[in-house]
Design a protein around this ligand. Structure first.
Ligand SMILES: [Zn+2]
Length: 288
């Protein structure tokens, strides 16, 4: 299993953790795109982060992590579903070259959107303040959920990995000072890890290196895979929202409406016969 996420807890503490490692799915995300190297790494981090954040989703639906900025990468996003599929994309960033996160995503904002299939959509937006995506997510959780959170991410164009630690609300440990000590100890261990060290070993080796003196309980790992939610049905729905007049105009210009999914490169072609069924225009008596 090369692509997985896995939950763990530290015994006798209120601290939970999650690790993620992506190889095959990262390569599918990056495939056919020719992104600059710095964008490939950033996409890897976004994909890993989305998996970490989405690991607690208990409903059918999706979680999207999206940044917009005035920097070298204007838009970047990763989306995960409850069944642990991931897709990700960056736009308009062919000239990106900085290795500084603050230049790539200068004056950026980070939006986390949780979209249940049934129920209310939720979105939180924070300024991108931090030297890397992990730090920004730490700030996000402290502001929005008041939960101490430490996120560390690392990626190149072959592999992406991440670790999330979170101090849960008071549970097993009633003593405030002990809670604080435990958090300091465990988050400091992660804080000392360099990104290149994370990529050099497997996620399980990394956990062992960091926490072999602490009691860690691992839960079952979950497979992660690349998948795209685009479909012909969605394309036809998008054409329907154009309205018949606009759609027919677009079709008349080129003979067919072509659409290409940016995430997975699928090609969709909408022709005259499709418009007829979308707009039901074989019924000339329809009054609009
Ligand atoms: Zn697609």
């Amino acid at each position: 299993m090369t692509d997985f996420s896995q939950r763990f807890i530290f015994a006798d503490t209120d601290i939970r953790g999650e690790i993620v490692s992506l190889e095959q799915s990262l390569q599918e995300i990056l495939g056919n795109h020719n992104y600059p190297a710095v964008v490939e790494s950033l996409l890897g981090e976004f994909a890993a982060a989305a998996i970490l954040l989405g690991s607690t989703i208990k409903f059918e639906g999706s979680l999207t992590l999206q940044a917009r900025s005035d920097g070298e990468v204007p838009v970047i996003m990763a989306e995960v579903t409850h069944d642990k599929t991931v897709r990700a994309i960056a736009r308009d960033c062919q000239d990106a070259s900085s290795d500084d996160f603050r230049v790539l995503l200068a004056k950026g904002t980070l939006a986390i959107t949780i979209d249940p299939k049934h129920g209310q959509r939720y979105q939180g937006i924070v300024p991108l303040e931090g030297a890397n995506l992990g730090e920004c997510l730490g700030h996000y959780f402290e502001q929005s959920e008041q939960l101490k959170t430490h996120v560390k991410l690392s990626a190149d164009n072959q592999r992406s990995c991440g670790i999330l630690l979170q101090q849960l609300p008071v549970g097993k440990v009633g003593d405030a000072e002990l809670r604080e000590q435990q958090w300091e100890h465990i988050s400091q261990l992660v804080g000392t890890t360099r990104p290149d060290e994370m990529l050099a070993v497997s996620s399980h080796q990394m956990l062992y290196r960091l926490f072999h003196e602490d009691k860690v309980e691992m839960f079952a790992a979950h497979d992660v895979s690349f998948a795209c939610s685009c479909s012909r049905e969605r394309v036809l729905n998008a054409v329907a929202t154009l309205g018949e007049e606009e759609a027919r105009k677009a079709l008349a210009q080129t003979g067919a409406i072509s659409m290409n999914c940016d995430f997975c490169n699928s090609q969709y072609r909408v022709e005259e016969i499709d418009l007829s069924s979308i707009f039901n225009s074989d019924n000339s008596q329809t009054v609009h």
